[in-house]
Design a protein around this ligand. Sequence first.
Ligand SMILES: *Cc1c(COP(=O)(O)O)cnc(C)c1O
Length: 383
Amino acid sequence: MDQKIWLSSPHMGESEFNFVKEAFDTNWIAPLGPNVDGFEKDIAGFLGNGVHVAALSSGTAALHLALILLGVKQGDEVLCQSMTFSASANPIVYQGATPVFVDSEEETWNMSPVFLEAAIQDRIKKGSKPKAIIVVHLYGMPADMDSIMEVADRYEIPVIEDAAEALGSTYKGRPAGTFGAMSILSFNGNKIITTSGGGALVSANEDWIKQARFLATQARDAAPHYQHSHIGYNYRMSNVCAGIGRGQMEVLPLRVQQRRRNFELYGEAFRFLPEVRLQEEPNQDYFSNRWLSTLLIDDLKDANVSRETIRLALESRNIESRPLWKPMHLQPVFAGAPFYGDGTCERLFEKGLCLPSGSNLPETDISKVIHILKDCLSLPVTA
Ligand SMILES: *Cc1c(COP(=O)(O)O)cnc(C)c1O
């Protein structure tokens, strides 16, 4: 059996272990400590734009706290990009609110500002103005933030950026995760950097970040005994995990470079084929961290070759690839939730494939993937 080629595997640098060792040596194993503070400062420094950061147990927890801080509650509606991972939408339901899903645009595969406005207008007409907008930067590609923010501001609805996949991406030179009222990051095992599991809430509003830290540590009032005036959560990041995160922040720019190199190699192989479309940056305003290299396979001359035959061909050689995110409005668990769009994200889902994209992939592995893809597409294979 060929050695497994993963979609996206953890990639440690050199100093992660030293930060973790320091946590052990100083017995800071708790969900607070110098690594947590240091990691928060590192992220805030990287993102700039006056943001503050709360390091949490996951990106999902961060999104849940963002909705709580915006006052989303039972019976409210929250607009959410349909094409995304379920963790973008689940916290809406944790709050007893209803997700209203919005289609993608062709250019970025992210939330369409046109359908966003159509959804807002229709929900208002039906008597319920949405409480928040969750926009996602899929696979690292920034959404069209000028247009999204313009619509959101006009209707005075706060934006939460789900930047779980987009740490290191920029839009018009400004980091993804610094546009909305709040944003979330994820450090799960397969993301561009990882703490083995973790996330962060980001906002320029320091009060929100302080409140998030308070709620994430069981909402203890200032008293010598345990006293509570709010429902709390156990959502803080541990000092051990944050140690890994501090080491990972040192290599983040390098990881972006390495993942962008993967995309370039795939691009050189497939960019000029009519059957293949890559998730290209629409113009100079967009800079993707290329968390995952993705492509669409369409209009094949051989009708027997589909996205799925290619995925299975890769699998038979022990290579992991994956269809794009299945839209949330097509998920059984969200059946019946409103959806606004023309089916763009459904078409992307049918044709799209995520290719091995780890920052630690040797070039020979990428060549192997390219070779198999060309074989499937009955294209001449050149070196
Ligand atoms: C990974 C991911 C999340 C969730 O982050 P966790 O840390 O795994 O909870 C949310 N949204 C998107 C788009 C993601 O890719």
